[in-house]
Design a protein around this ligand. Structure first.
Ligand SMILES: NC(=O)c1ccc[n+]([C@@H]2O[C@H](COP(=O)([O-])OP(=O)(O)OC[C@H]3O[C@@H](n4cnc5c(N)ncnc54)[C@H](OP(=O)(O)O)[C@@H]3O)[C@@H](O)[C@H]2O)c1
Length: 275
């Protein structure tokens, strides 16, 4: 089965609209003069409009000092008109990661990256503010009624923003997750046994569909723009009619669509926490 994301994002947005919330503002610290980041910004703006909210852009250029960047971050933290904050990485300036993850207000932490929110998440079952993409992948399983408890899961990638939180979300749901990375030596064996595979490597072709067993589910999180301008995920389909043999999320139209809706959901959580 093809696990499409739009039906889930539509449901999330309808749920937000039902709450009749006032206009919210998402502050985005954005790498200036970066065309790829520019397209992400337009996408965010489009999604915020769906819930009658808006984006406030804080451009970060190469010439900006780190102290000026943190001053602006602090002003967004203290601005009552700013509901949530996102920092689009990589920025064109060097920023201390620890400082970044401690200086964003935990009440405005839409990406769930601050030490407080990550600490709550990793030290308990608290899932108040969890990184959007990892939560979006879980939402897809929930929506399509794909069982997780007791299942063998392979998470490819261990970034603090996708792979690692996904590992914890699976553990919270009583799956048996294995996290793999560049030093993993037995990925093909793990793939052959996995009930669920979540691919967040950013390496096109790290998995080919024939490597996963019949009936398995693949959550493809990677995003690639190919030479012909089309968009594709990390998995390459190397057999015909794979949607009849396995479940997988298409790229585009899969996890990415749900990620944008979860971003809005996290913004609403920030609003409610500040109240
Ligand atoms: N769908 C969405 O909404 C969404 C949102 C965010 C990100 N993404 C996409 O998801 C992908 C991952 O994002 P990220 O921020 O987590 O990336 P990242 O920080 O670069 O982490 C990638 C992880 O994958 C592992 N990896 C990469 N290539 C590998 C290989 N050939 N063999 C084994 N492991 C490999 C790396 O292992 P090491 O730790 O050993 O280096 C690392 O842990 C990217 O394509 C990104 O564009 C999608």
């Amino acid at each position: 089965m093809l696990l499409k994301g739009k039906v889930i994002s539509d449901k999330i947005i309808a749920g937000i609209l039902e709450k009749n919330l006032p206009k919210m503002t998402l502050a985005v610290f954005h790498p200036a003069n970066d065309s790829v980041a520019g397209s992400y910004l337009k996408t965010k703006e489009k999604w915020l409009k769906k819930i009658n909210s808006e984006i406030r852009v804080y451009p970060v250029s190469e010439s900006m000092s780190e102290s000026r960047f943190f001053e602006q971050l602090e002003s967004a933290n203290n601005d009552p008109d700013v509901t949530g904050i996102m920092v689009e990485l990589p920025l064109p300036i060097k920023t201390d990661t620890e400082a970044l993850h401690t200086k964003i207000s935990p009440f405005k932490d839409v990406d769930g990256v601050t030490y407080l929110n990550q600490g709550a998440f990793f030290s308990s079952g608290n899932e108040t503010l969890v990184p959007c993409t990892s939560l979006a992948a879980i939402r897809m399983l929930e929506h399509y009624d794909i069982p997780v408890s007791g299942k063998n899961v392979v998470v490819i990638g261990r970034s603090y923003i996708v792979g690692l939180p996904l590992f914890k979300l699976f553990l919270n749901r009583n799956a048996t997750p294995t996290v793999t990375h560049r030093k993993t030596t037995n990925l093909p064996e793990l793939l052959a046994k996995a009930d669920i595979v979540a691919i967040s490597a950013g390496t096109r072709g790290i998995v080919t569909s024939s490597q996963v067993k019949d009936g398995a589910t693949v959550l493809d999180i990677g995003i690639h723009v190919l030479d012909d301008g089309s968009v594709a995920g990390d998995m390459i389909l190397d057999r015909e009619n794979e949607a009849e043999r396995i479940n997988y999320t298409p790229v585009p139209g899969g996890v990415g669509v749900v990620t944008n809706a979860v971003m809005l959901e996290n913004l609403v959580k920030c609003y409610e926490m500040q109240k």
